[in-house]
Design a protein around this ligand. Structure first.
Ligand code: PMP
Ligand code: GLN
Length: 384
């Protein structure tokens, strides 16, 4: 039974997100799920107690539209300590129901019909539909396998008077690469004297390895003045299911961001904001995350060293790319599905992160897992 048989889709080429697809397949076949990115271990018990505490105390109604002031103030302090950048919590910091919401809101607030938005591929799957829903045109810049480095001379050729926004993401999902200070300076120079807005997806800011420092746009004043930074509490506190994040941007950008945010969500979860505002004082929790995940990366790499997969460089995020061209020439989508069904190990095919489904025979495995899960996964991987 259909109400309109010729219903017009606003996203005719968009299917279900690969993360939803692969997790459903993993569950259906009882596979170890290293596909969708989420930890399989618990968050801090103190954090759970705090949320519980604030719920019981009755903090269960709407939070202020831009977020709880005490949390915003602490984010301002943290941002200054980490990136030497001053932001006003009153007018420049907004708490959101997750990073994905923040990205969508930022794109909706600024992208108009026929505006061009430069996206670096492979890219997180929410950017392009958000651009398209707002009538914008995604302009793709391909990060070349296997280093996924930006050739800024090539990149520059994409910029013109229609360019409204550039979306960057470091540490980068899915490649695990990072933008360094040189990259940021080149970008800064390229956009000076333009009106281009930078949307900087920094949800993995605390997951960067080998003593590298995260190069937030906040560190570069001439970039920061035109940038919207997206952060996610889900990644930092092992609570992806809570869908909590925040956005930092100069006052004029924040004002427009909030105009949209107030009508998409209005505000974010109240008791969790109170709890985060307490837990954020424990700096070790986020300062130690680099080491915590570096150990996981190293352990996972050690466990699968003897496999037939080629391990690619991983500088940040909790994703490890593995090339399988020595095993088969199957399409990555087919191989990932077969591994899930037959070998009981689920991953994400990288072609899903490209608009043209570029396939370099690479799968992404999430190592935000207990050692026990990693051992089980590695055993399966080594048998392939
Ligand atoms: N950006 C990137 C690159 C991500 O990997 C994620 C995590 N799924 C998000 C944004 C969204 O974060 P959240 O889960 O807070 O919506
Ligand atoms: N960021 C996570 C990933 O890349 C999951 C995001 C999602 O499920 N939408 O796997």
């Amino acid at each position: 039974m259909e109400f309109q048989s010729n219903l017009k889709s606003k996203l005719p080429k968009t299917g279900t997100s690969i993360f939803a697809v692969m997790t459903a397949l993993a569950n259906e076949h009882g596979a170890v799920n290293l596909a969708q990115g989420f930890p399989d271990f618990s968050c801090s018990t103190k954090l759970i107690e705090l949320v519980n505490h604030y719920m019981k105390k009755g903090f269960n109604q709407y939070a202020p539209m831009p977020g709880l002031m005490s949390l915003r103030e602490k984010i301002a302090i943290k941002t200054e300590e980490m990136y030497s950048a001053k932001y006003n919590p009153e007018t420049e910091i907004t708490i959101t129901p997750g990073g994905t919401h923040a990205l969508f809101t930022a794109i909706s607030a600024f992208v108009e019909e026929n505006d061009e938005v430069i996206v670096l591929e492979p890219n997180y799957d929410s950017y392009v539909p958000a651009i398209q829903l707002n009538g914008g045109r995604p302009i793709f810049f391909e990060l070349k396998y296997p280093d996924f480095k930006v050739d800024w001379n090539e990149f520059k050729k994409l910029i013109n008077h229609k360019t409204k926004m550039i979306i960057i993401n470091s540490p980068h999902n899915p490649s695990g690469t990072t933008l360094n200070a040189q990259d940021m300076l080149k970008l800064q120079k390229m956009v000076q004297n333009t009106e281009i807005i930078i949307l900087s997806d920094e949800v993995y800011e605390h997951i960067i390895f080998d003593q590298m420092e995260h190069q937030s746009v906040a560190r570069f004043p001439k970039l920061a003045e035109r940038s919207i930074i997206v952060s996610s509490f889900g990644k930092t506190y092992h609570t992806t299911g809570w869908k909590m994040g925040y956005v930092i941007a100069p006052t004029n950008l924040t004002a427009e961001f909030r105009k949209v945010h107030q009508f998409i969500a209005f505000s974010a979860n109240t008791p969790i904001q109170y709890a985060l505002s307490d837990i954020i004082d424990d700096k070790e929790l986020y300062l130690n995350l680099n080491n915590f995940y570096q150990e996981k990366r190293d352990y996972f790499q050690k466990l699968i060293k003897g496999s037939r997969f080629k391990i690619l460089d991983c500088q940040g995020t909790y994703f490890q790319l593995l090339n399988y061209s020595k095993i088969t020439q199957e399409k990555d989508v087919d191989f990932a599905a077969r591994l899930t069904k037959e070998n009981k190990i689920a991953s994400i095919p990288i072609s899903a992160f490209y608009h043209k489904q570029i396939d370099n025979n690479v799968l992404r495995f999430c190592f935000a897992k207990s050692n026990e899960t990693l051992e089980k996964a590695a055993e399966l991987i080594c048998k392939i």
